[in-house]
Design a protein around this ligand. Structure first.
Ligand SMILES: Nc1ncnc2c1ncn2[C@@H]1O[C@H](COP(=O)(O)OP(=O)(O)O)[C@@H](O)[C@H]1O
Ligand SMILES: [Mg+2]
Length: 277
């Protein structure tokens, strides 16, 4: 491995130091490479359970690479390589005995562009449950589909057309369907990569409200390039940046209201006030 220089600036402490908060997942000395290109650079990041953590920063700084490292999705990119640890329930999800499929069930993902399966609304949810080993009766399956659709604030809009194609829904409804599909397999954590950036303002607000409601049961990590959104929805914010052309530097991490009102670094301040990025 190439010897890395120390980061120019290192977060002084966990934002939750002393708060006795429960951690949902933690990256330690995490590096993500694409061939020789280092996209995430020696990141330590503790994510608090049942809260929303936003990952912000300029385009290309490594936000998506960081997010995908939390459920081993980078492995689907042939050139990608991960070093370091991601601890989840005291286990390194990159340990050789760990099944990445199980990791991705426990740590789900919602993408920027809503991607329902070309199946009915009902089957979009039921199918994932079945391939994850659901063995209940038809009635139990129907109940579980309803619970997931309710949890994703979509039930009332689709209850009379469950057998229509998921693709017939509006963009915002499709994204809530994808969230319902993620919830249906009972994850602990939901990763969201710019989940509202393809949606109109009203659909965006609905997704943001939904994210907030979901924290009673789930931990959410959301990538967003929308500063107002990060400020509105998240409890904690991790600001990534490019440092002298090097991507994947975690510049600052802390309680969202503090990052936005009293950033510790000039680079963060310039970014959140729109002077850069
Ligand atoms: N599949 C890939 N192959 C090679 N380089 C990649 C790949 N995906 C991302 N990168 C590079 O890694 C860096 C970080 O990308 P990404 O994590 O997508 O950033 P962000 O989400 O912040 O825009 C960028 O320079 C990007 O070009
Ligand atoms: Mg991205």
């Amino acid at each position: 491995m190439i010897q890395l220089q120390n980061q120019k600036w290192i977060p002084s402490a966990s934002p939750v130091a002393g708060l006795e908060a429960e951690m949902a997942i933690e990256a330690r000395h995490l590096h993500v490479y694409y061939d020789d290109f280092l996209a995430v650079r020696d990141v330590d990041l503790q994510i608090v359970a049942n809260k929303i953590t936003a990952i912000i920063g300029p385009s290309g700084c490594g936000k998506s690479s960081m997010l995908r490292a939390f459920n081993r999705m980078n492995e689907l990119v042939p050139s990608a390589r991960t070093e370091g640890q991601v601890l989840f329930h005291d286990q390194d999800i990159y340990a050789p005995q760990i099944d990445p499929v199980e990791v991705r069930r426990r740590i789900g993902m919602v993408f920027q562009k809503p991607n329902p399966f070309p199946k009915s609304i009902f089957d979009n949810i039921a199918w994932g449950m079945k391939i994850n080993g659901f063995q209940g009766s038809k009635k139990e399956l129907e109940e579980s589909v309803e619970i997931s659709l309710r949890a994703a604030a979509l039930w009332d809009e689709v209850k009379d057309k469950l057998h229509q194609s998921g693709l017939s829904l509006s963009g915002g409804q499709q994204q809530r369907l994808c969230i319902a599909r993620a919830i249906a397999v009972k994850p602990d954590i939901i990763l969201m990569d710019e989940p509202a950036s393809a949606l109109d303002p009203i659909a965006t607000l609905k997704i943001e409200e939904l994210m907030h409601d979901l924290t009673s049961e789930y931990t959410i990590i959301v990538v967003t390039h929308n500063m107002q959104q990060a400020a509105r929805v998240s409890d904690y914010t991790a600001f990534f940046t490019m440092d002298a052309g090097r991507a994947g530097v975690l510049m600052e991490y802390g309680v969202t209201s503090e990052i936005f009102t009293n950033p510790r670094s000039k680079v963060t301040e310039d970014y959140i006030t729109g002077r850069f990025g």
